[in-house]
Ligand binder design. Structure first.
Ligand code: SF4
Length: 258
């Protein structure tokens, strides 16, 4: 049974939530439109997960001026890279790919080993700092807002995610904040959207290959991410608050070669 057959069960207020998501995206495109031919200052950060494929679909179908970017950490599954190619081939909105600085990755792996992420939370976050946070900073440079696939249902830490988060200087727009997993898959089925083949192998949340595993029936949505760590540590830095991001950044710089 594939992910669509398993999960595509919309909630009773799906139509309202779909309209809400469309409205939030349209509002963001209008609010952050670049004047006089300048680029829009809102962008979608896509992990190529199911939620992000839905958001890219909404951006494309509404013909919104919101570009898409993907972080290719150099440690993604082949299935994710294959989906990236399909998205780039089919998307109306431009899709940019940001990769980490090769020299930083090479030095980190040479110093700490290719399995460093399993040795300590500090090393895992340092790896995320190099492979995700640094390229994320470049992807968001000059942008006033970004669109993410965060949903309240994904984890306890995300239980109060707002539709529009203005708590940081750069606004975060979460059009699917109120959606269920069933709503996401219903949209994928109804619109015949592309999705990551790993979702058919019981990977609900997909990150880098060394740090993602399949989940079993009854396990939490994000239990396959950094499964060896305590629940409270399970964010890579992309969606932590400023004071936590500063801590990640500090860890990364402490580990940088002299
Ligand atoms: S998710 Fe794992 S492999 Fe990817 S950047 Fe973080 S620690 Fe490194």
């Amino acid at each position: 049974m594939n992910a669509i057959a398993l999960h595509a069960h919309p909630s009773s207020d799906y139509v309202i939530k779909l309209a809400e998501a469309r409205g939030v995206l349209a509002q963001a495109a209008a609010q952050y439109a670049g004047g006089d031919g300048a680029a829009s200052t809102v962008v979608q950060a896509s992990s190529l997960g199911a939620e992000d494929m839905v958001i890219s679909h909404l951006i494309n179908s509404l013909q919104l001026d919101i570009a898409i970017f993907v972080l290719d950490t150099g440690a993604l599954h082949q299935e994710t890279l294959d989906l990236l190619q399909r998205l780039r081939a089919s998307s109306r909105a431009p899709v940019s790919v940001y990769a980490p600085e090769q020299e930083s990755v090479l030095q980190f792996v040479a110093r700490e080993g290719k399995d460093a992420m399993y040795k300590s939370i500090e090393l895992r976050k340092a790896c995320c700092g190099i492979r995700k946070m640094e390229p994320l900073g470049r992807a968001l440079a000059g942008k006033d807002a970004w669109v993410t696939g965060l949903r309240r249902e994904q984890s306890g830490a995300r239980g109060e995610v707002p539709l529009v988060d203005t708590s940081a200087p750069r606004t975060k727009i979460n059009p699917l904040a109120h959606w269920t997993w069933g709503d996401v898959w219903h949209t994928i089925r109804e619109n015949k959207l592309e999705y990551n083949a790993l979702h058919d192998q019981f990977f609900p949340s997909i990150g880098c290959a060394p740090c993602t595993r399949a989940v079993s029936v009854g396990e939490d949505f994000r239990s396959g991410r950094w499964w060896w760590e305590d629940e409270t540590a399970k964010e890579c830095g992309l969606h932590v608050k400023d004071h936590d991001a500063a801590a990640v950044s500090s860890l990364q710089s402490r580990r940088a070669p002299a």
